[in-house]
Design a protein around this ligand. Structure first.
Ligand SMILES: Cc1cc2nc3c(=O)[nH]c(=O)nc-3n(C[C@H](O)[C@H](O)[C@H](O)COP(=O)(O)OP(=O)(O)OC[C@H]3O[C@@H](n4cnc5c(N)ncnc54)[C@H](O)[C@@H]3O)c2cc1C
Length: 401
């Protein structure tokens, strides 16, 4: 594995770093005060500049207007953009659209690509992914109550979903629903494209999460699908293959998230070091002179580096050997990096004392927003169990001395 950033990527990362520093970080105080919907004109203006700089949609194919970066290249981009909560959105690389774009590429029909994929990559519309249900365990997603029943040339969808991120203002949802209840568990559900203006697509509310309802892209909705009829052509991929497709969506998505978290760690770490250098703690003595702070700084530096190398290795394995071969590494990084993120942000906040709790720095936002990292895309416990089971299988009947 080559650790050098390629000649192609060096200037791209530098331009992105500079844009985040000069254009996005100064917008954050407003972002923390105003609703996302309210900020749309400013964010659209930044998006316009990004398109002009030819840095738009870094991981999507050039024929759709993206930069066509591969997984390893995008990992570095995700780290750079992750430093600001606005980075991915302004560069057209945000979840949940990024994952939906990937599966539309892989499984979309020509018509679906024309209607949904093109405008989505272009940033003209937004989308959401509607799988988790209120009354069923998201950590065991094969247990779904939402159904999509065939009636003539249509599917009729009924069910209650929540945590459908970015549903507010989305043009369509990709909905996971049971189409084949008699099939084996993993082949019961399908993915269906549901335009948000379909009668029966009822956005009940934006859920208040950690004290914030959010709006637009920065929100999580509860949605009631009530006799929601969509044409058969809106089936995405083969019927009954919903979970197979979901696995494809989650693999690269976890690399994107983990590298974004490393970007957050880098930002929190820089804030922590800078504050320690500046804060007088007793006459003539700085916080940075205290051994406990130095120990935190050294530990965080090691943690971030370990996490970053693990993610890059998982990305390299996925890119070169495929998602299946990298399954264990993906599970390892998902829980490991989420916990490093928590630790680094928490330490940075602590070093800032009362200031850390305010919205005068970005740390409190990261602290409340990113707690979810240990929950979405697979809860810590499930990833740990699956890694441990695989490791233990290797020791079955093996004599170890
Ligand atoms: C901010 C955020 C954004 C999200 N965005 C989306 C989205 O866009 N679309 C979508 O469909 N969903 C989304 N989700 C939902 C997310 O995928 C689920 O919350 C997650 O899968 C966990 O499911 P659950 O909440 O039902 O928890 P449960 O399944 O009820 O689990 C609760 C807890 O039980 C424990 N647990 C579960 N299983 C085991 C086990 N096997 N062994 C030991 N302990 C276990 C874990 O500690 C877990 O946290 C989002 C969630 C959050 C917080």
């Amino acid at each position: 594995m080559d650790f050098e950033v390629s000649e192609k990527m060096q200037p791209i990362i530098e331009m992105m770093d500079e844009f985040v520093e000069k254009e996005l970080i100064p917008l954050e105080p407003e972002f923390l005060k105003r609703s996302f919907a309210d900020m749309t004109p400013e964010l659209e203006e930044k998006r316009r500049i990004v398109r002009q700089m030819e840095l738009w949609a870094p991981q999507h194919p050039p024929e759709y207007g993206g930069m066509g970066l591969d997984l390893m290249e995008f990992a570095l981009v995700s780290e750079a953009l992750g430093r600001s909560p606005l980075g991915h959105y302004v560069f057209g690389a945000q979840a949940p659209d990024a994952g939906n774009i990937e599966i539309l590429h892989l499984y979309g029909t020509d018509e679906q690509k024309k209607t949904y994929l093109r405008p989505l990559v272009a940033g003209e519309i937004r989308s959401c992914f509607s799988m988790t249900e209120v009354d069923m365990p998201g950590s065991n997603p094969v247990m779904l109550e939402t159904t999509a029943v065939r009636e003539g040339n249509e599917y009729v969808i009924n069910g209650q979903k929540w945590y459908t991120t970015s549903a507010d203002g989305a043009n369509f949802a990709i909905v996971m629903a049971v189409t084949n209840p008699e099939a084996p568990r993993y082949l019961q559900a399908s993915m269906l494209i549901v335009p948000a203006d379909t009668p029966g697509f009822n956005l009940v509310r934006n859920i208040s999460v950690m004290g914030h309802e959010g709006s637009g892209w920065a929100s999580h909705a509860e949605i009631l699908y009530q006799s929601c009829r969509i044409p058969q052509e809106n089936l995405l991929g083969p019927e009954g293959h919903g979970f197979v497709i979901a696995q494809e969506r989650l693999g690269p998505g976890r690399i994107h998230h983990c590298m974004r978290w490393i970007g957050i760690c880098n930002r929190a770490f820089a804030l922590m070091c800078s504050r320690a250098q500046k804060r007088i703690i007793s006459p003539g003595k700085m916080l940075a002179g205290k051994q406990i702070i130095q120990s935190w700084i050294a530990e965080c530096a090691a943690d971030i580096q370990a996490a970053r190398l693990m993610v890059l290795h998982a990305a390299w394995k996925m890119q070169n050997l495929g998602v299946k071969e990298a399954r264990e590494e993906i599970s390892l990084i998902k829980f490991f990096v989420a916990n490093i993120l928590q630790k680094v942000v928490d330490r940075a906040l602590q070093v800032h004392g009362g200031l850390g709790m305010t919205d005068d720095t970005i740390l409190a936002f990261f602290y409340r927003q990113e707690r979810a990292a240990r929950i979405y895309d697979g809860v810590d416990e499930v990833h740990k169990i699956s890694v441990a089971r695989r490791i233990l299988r290797e020791f079955e009947g093996k004599r170890v001395r």
